[in-house]
Design a protein around this ligand. Structure first.
Ligand code: ADE
Length: 228
């Protein structure tokens, strides 16, 4: 296994690059890829930056240029359910692009020519991540929705919940990584620590959380994942 580890922002991957043994660096397409051994696992860490295109490009390059065989995305997300609290972790079982709409040519949310609106994560990787995460905090498993929008208004999150009643979290990259991995046949998993409630307070909560808890959780969970 060669594991690609993606986060959007540096805080979400805090400490991981320093933990890589025998690191090597390569800059490509405005991103720095750092490879090495992460607790005995051959890994490549990279920051995608924010959004679906950025994430799709990063995932593709990890596979095509760095030869990764598995991908994990670790980061933060807004809550999409009243039982999912700030500080909890959501491990995705399915991902949807909530801003994708090619109707009336295709049903809303369906990704043309895949026949799918929801992409399933790899069962084994997801299980291993969920077990690792449960050593750190409360874990939920289910649907994550991604789109090129920071969800920071109560009406926005209410609209998404109406469209996806089983929604657990919202973010801006996971479903793009999911589509790339589906199309390339790469097993993948997505883990998100909840930083905010995707409501009118979201931006302030996000800024606070990302500096404090997010970084510590990401490191702990990936360490436990790699050692499992
Ligand atoms: N990532 C963290 N919080 C988010 C939110 N409220 N909307 C989109 N992405 C997020």
């Amino acid at each position: 296994m060669r594991l690609g580890i993606i986060s959007a922002l540096a805080e979400e991957q805090h400490g991981l690059i320093e933990a890589l043994e025998s690191p090597y660096k390569l800059v490509h397409g405005m991103r720095e890829y750092t490879g090495g051994k992460l607790w005995e696992i051959d890994a490549v860490c990279v920051l995608s930056r924010i959004g679906k295109v950025a994430a799709a490009m990063t995932a593709s390059i990890l596979v095509e240029k760095f030869g990764v065989t598995h991908i994990v995305f670790t980061g933060v997300a807004g809550s999409g359910d009243k039982n999912v609290k700030v500080g909890d972790i959501v491990v995705a079982e399915e991902l949807v692009q909530h801003d994708f709409d090619a109707s009336p040519l295709f049903p809303q949310f369906e990704i043309p020519l895949t026949g799918l609106s929801r992409f399933a994560t790899d069962t084994a990787l997801t299980q291993r991540l969920a077990v690792a995460a449960a050593q750190t905090t409360r874990v939920h498993r289910g649907l994550i929705a991604s789109g090129d929008q920071f969800i920071g208004k109560l009406t926005q999150i209410q609209g998404l919940k109406a469209a996806f009643p089983d929604l657990l979290a919202v973010e801006m990259e996971g479903a793009a990584v999911a589509q790339v991995c589906f199309e390339l046949g790469i097993p993948f998993a997505i883990i998100r620590t909840i930083s905010d409630n995707a409501n009118d307070d979201a931006a302030v909560d996000f800024m606070h959380f990302i500096k404090t808890v997010a970084s510590r959780y990401a490191f702990e969970v990936i360490e436990n994942f790699c050692k499992a």
